[in-house]
Each structure stands twice: as C-alpha cells, then as structure tokens.
Design a protein around this ligand. Structure first.
Ligand SMILES: NC(=O)c1ccc[n+]([C@@H]2O[C@H](COP(=O)([O-])OP(=O)(O)OC[C@H]3O[C@@H](n4cnc5c(N)ncnc54)[C@H](OP(=O)(O)O)[C@@H]3O)[C@@H](O)[C@H]2O)c1
Length: 522
C-alpha cells in the first residue's frame, strides 16, 4: 500500500443542521479515525503516505463560503501530523463545497502527482494552495469604546488571558461582566475580580462548564433576567496537553477538544439569534502551522477558526485570533516559553496581546495570527528535513540584510534596539532623551536648552522642521506621527507618551500579524 486517503469526513452534517451530538460523533470518526489509522500504520516498518480530504472546510475564495465546521479540526490535526511524521505525510485537500464532475479526477491527479504542496483546495476547475501572508498592522488602528449598559461574557474568564481581557474591557468602558470557569477563583484571581469590582463593575463569576448546554442555558436566562443585554462574547476557555500522536487516547482527545469544539458550538447555537457586537475566539498558532505534540489542541483550535469563518458567512460577527504564547502566566509555563523562544517563537507581553486584541476588534479580519516570531530562526527549524510551502511568502532577511539594518539603526543611535533591550519602566526616560536630542538637532541648539514640557511650536519648530522630524521618527522608530499632531500643541513629553503607546503594540514587537488563509492560485 503506497497511499492512504482519509475520506470519512466528506459526509459531515452541514453546519446549519449540525447538532452538538453529531459534532461530537464526527470528531470521533474524523480526527479520531486519522489518529487510529496513524497509530496502526506506524506499528509497521513501512507505511503509506497519508492524505486527508475534507469538503468545504477551508475559507478559500471568500468569507461567504459556509464552512463545514465539523470537518475543520482535521486541518489542525493534519498540520501536527505533518510535523511529527513528515515521512508519511501527504497533505490536506479541501474539495469544493459544491460537488463538481471533475473533482474525483482532479483529486486523483493531485495524489498521483503529489508535489511539495500539502495545503490544497479545489474550487471549480482550479486548484488553490494556502500561504501564510504578512499583514500590515497600520490599517487596524481605530479607537475602541464599549458600552456601559451591555453585558460582556468571557469563557475561561478566570484564566490568565481571560482576566487580562476583562480588565481591558473595563478600561474600554464595560461595566457588566460575566466570567465563566468550572472552578472557584483562587485567592489571587479573587483579588483581580475585586479590583474590577472596585472600578464600579458588576462582575458575575459563573461556575459553569461550556460543554454543558443546560448550564449555559441557565446562565443566559440569569443574564437576561437580571443584567443588561448580552452583547459580546470572548471564548477563551481551553485546556492544553502534550502527547505524541502514537500515545493519544480517546479520553484525552475528548478532554482537549471539548471546551473549544463542543463549547464553541454550544455558545454559537445559544447566541445565534442574539444581536451581538462581537464573538471572539481565542485560538492558537498551533492551529495554523502545527506544533509538535499538540494534535488534539491544534484540532480544537482550528475548529474555532472555522467557527469564526462560518459565523461571518452567515452574517454573524466573529473573529478568531491565533495567539502565539503569552508571557506572564496562563497556559504556557515559563519553561515552555523558554523552549519556544529557542525555536524562534517568542512570547507576547500581556500589553502587546491586549493592544493587538483592541486593534482586531475594530478591524474586519476574520482570522489573524498574533505572534512574536523570529522568522529567520523559526522558518529554518520548521523546514528541517522538509520544505514547507505554507511559509513560502514569509520572506526572511538574509544575515547580510539584517546586519545592514542593524548598522543603520546604530547610526541613528539604535534607539529601537535600545528600547527593545530595556524594561518598560526605563523606556520613557530613554525615548524622551532621544526626542530631546532630535528636536535640539533640528533647532540647532543644545539638548540642555530643550524643555520637554514646552510646545514644539513655542520652541521654534516650524513646518519644515516638522516634516524632517516626522521623517526621522519614521525611519528611526518605525512610527508615523501625523503632521497635524506635531504642529498642534505637542510637547516632547506628550510625543514620547504617544510614541511609546504605538511601540507597545505588536506592530513593533511582533514581527507578524497576518491572515492565515490566503489561497493563491497554483
Ligand atoms: N496563554 C497562551 O500563551 C495562549 C496561547 C495561545 C492560545 N491561548 C488560548 O487562550 C485561551 C486562554 O489561555 P490562558 O493561557 O488564559 O489559559 P488558562 O489560564 O489555563 O485559562 C483557561 C481557562 O479556561 C477555563 N476552562 C477550561 N475548560 C473549561 C470549560 N469546559 N468550561 C469553562 N471554563 C473552562 C479554565 O478554568 P477551569 O479549569 O476552572 O474551568 C481556565 O480558567 C485558551 O483558549 C488558550 O488555548 C493561550
């Protein structure tokens, strides 16, 4: 046997009619079937090349494609199989949601003439491949303001990211929160909740399991009867777990996928008739490009990506964020963060994560990776032993280019590097001194003559100097300060605060914010 083709997920129930029971069953013969197949073939010394085929499980042409959400976890799982067992990995093929006459022939051609492409989709007579693409972060910046007379619900609200999100919602104006978790809050978490309450916020801590429909129904009844209208959901409940595919048991598979797959679908079903402002899914980079030992987790997270696309297609708000690891507590332990960093996956600080979340809330993106990746290191390691075309569009600078850039930065005092190297507390002082020197330079005076609290225009900074300053800040600090701001009553101190707030968003520190599913024609 040279090839094994998994077709069991072609007949999943259409998302519009999918019940929770059917969704759970589908996972057993979908992902469960692939895991069992792998565990069986891996016992032999020779094994067939494995291909996994789905139908309508990837958003290829537009967000209007109603995804077959029940089959989406297979794509997350497949990405991990490809990393753990590259020797037997063939690829993933997503067939056209509408059966076409030529699809069998096209599929066979793909499998027989298999190339290095392993993320493929057929739509009509065309074959598409998936490419991760960089996304400019500039289009995301818009102010966020939330309503004080609406209720916002966070599943996994007592987790690390959940509590950061709660604090951010409050900073943006929310005054009614529901935080869901199965356990009682620890004293530390209770202190964080108390802190929210002290800011005048109504916080309901609901002990509920997102996988139990009755518990959520009861909670929604309680919200409807005693709180302001529910208008936003952040689905951050999740559990981790590391296991090689050969050792995965069904109970562990069910445990890991439950909060994201079952919980996500229940939340969708229970709220689809409500007018929500947002429905945000906390997913993971593991769902986008895989990560060793996380087959269950990657499958679970890719369901959330699919759910976001499906909701968009049927006119409901939703987006999914494929987070890289966060520092400062949470699912990823310090040791895991250190290990990931050695492989080029650095962690986001909570400030960076929240800044990205805020930007995405006002963007129109359905799925976005937010991660701090050292691409030259990560891409090299990711492709050890196998070229992986998913990352083909991520251009990694050569060492020579990097050196040039570093020298260029050093020429302008390496201010970005200096800022990167110091703690947040030290940044304002360093940046302020730099801005002082820059303004002194264009004015032709000494730094000691500059008063950081005086307006730039009062100091004598004219419009030509403003243009020069703006251009220097663009090249040195990679920030674009509008001319209007520099000519208005801006002091150096205010300018420093403005620039620092821009720098602490992932635009600056995370090398990548991207769409995950740009399909380019082969
Ligand atoms: N931290 C990271 O670096 C990172 C990176 C990528 C993605 N993410 C995703 O972001 C989310 C939050 O991560 P985190 O680091 O904050 O994790 P965390 O601290 O472990 O929080 C997760 C929370 O989910 C709750 N939960 C789990 N199963 C549940 C269920 N069935 N019903 C209700 N609540 C449930 C847990 O509380 P109980 O156990 O008490 O129920 C826990 O408080 C997760 O979905 C994770 O996959 C995190």
């Amino acid at each position: 046997m040279t090839k094994a083709i998994h077709l069991w997920s072609l007949d999943v129930v259409a998302s519009e009619e999918l019940t929770v029971k059917e969704l759970k069953e589908t996972q057993l013969w979908g992902c469960g079937g692939v895991i069992y197949l792998l565990q069986t073939v891996l016992k032999n010394s020779e094994y067939p090349q494995l291909w996994v085929v789905t139908r309508g499980a990837q958003p290829v042409l537009s967000d209007k494609e109603k995804l077959a959400v029940a089959a989406t976890p297979l794509w997350g799982l497949g990405r991990v199989v490809s990393l753990e067992h590259p020797q037997l990995w063939g690829g993933l093929v997503d067939l056209d949601p509408q059966k076409t006459e030529q699809e069998v022939e096209m599929l066979l051609q793909l499998l027989v003439n298999s190339s290095e492409e392993d993320h493929l989709a057929l739509r009509g007579e065309q074959t598409y491949v998936a490419r991760l693409v960089k996304q400019s972060a500039s289009e995301f910046a818009q102010p966020v303001s939330l309503s004080s007379d609406r209720t916002y619900l966070i599943t996994g609200g007592l987790g690390a990211l959940g509590l950061h999100t709660a604090q951010w919602l409050v900073e943006k104006g929310a005054r009614h929160l529901v935080l869901i978790g199965r356990s009682q809050p620890s004293p530390k978490k209770q202190a964080a909740i108390n802190h929210l309450k002290q800011q005048g916020v109504e916080v309901i801590v609901a002990q509920a399991d997102v996988c139990h429909v009755e518990e959520l129904e009861k909670l929604f009844e309680q919200i409807d009867s005693s709180m302001t209208p529910l208008k936003g959901i952040v689905h951050a409940a999740g559990v981790g777990g590391y296991q090689p595919i050969q050792q995965i048991e069904l109970t562990e598979f069910k445990r890991v996928i439950a909060p994201k797959v079952v919980g996500g679908w229940i939340l969708h079903q229970l709220t689809q008739d409500r007018e929500l402002d947002f429905f945000i899914n906390f997913s993971s980079i593991a769902a986008v490009w895989g990560s060793g030992l996380t087959a269950n987790y990657a499958a679970a997270n890719h369901f959330l990506d699919g759910l976001a696309h499906y909701r968009q297609a049927i006119g409901l708000p939703s987006f999914s964020i494929n987070w890289g690891p966060w520092a400062g507590g949470g699912m990823a332990s310090d040791e895991e963060l250190r290990e990931l960093s050695k492989r080029g996956v650095d962690s986001l600080s909570p400030t960076q994560g929240i800044a990205a979340l805020e930007r995405l809330l006002v963007s129109s993106k359905t799925q976005t990776v937010v991660a701090d990746i050292n691409w030259s290191l990560f891409k090299q390691l990711y492709q050890t032993g196998k070229r992986r075309l998913l990352l083909e569009e991520i251009v990694v600078e050569t060492t020579e280019t990097q050196l040039k850039e570093e020298n260029a930065e050093t020429d302008s005092n390496g201010i970005l590097m200096q800022l990167k190297a110091v703690s947040n507390n030290e940044k304002p002082k360093i940046l302020m001194a730099h801005l002082q020197a820059e303004v002194a330079r264009v004015l032709g005076i000494t730094t000691s003559e500059i008063d950081v609290e005086q307006n730039l225009s009062m100091m004598g900074v004219d419009s030509l100097m403003v243009v020069e300053l703006r251009s220097r800040f663009q090249s040195q600090l990679k920030v674009d300060i509008p001319i209007s701001k520099l000519t208005e009553e801006f002091t150096i101190a205010a300018l420093s605060t403005e620039i620092l707030s821009t720098l602490t968003t992932p635009v600056m520190f995370a090398d990548y914010i991207g769409d995950t599913h740009q399909y380019n024609l082969v």
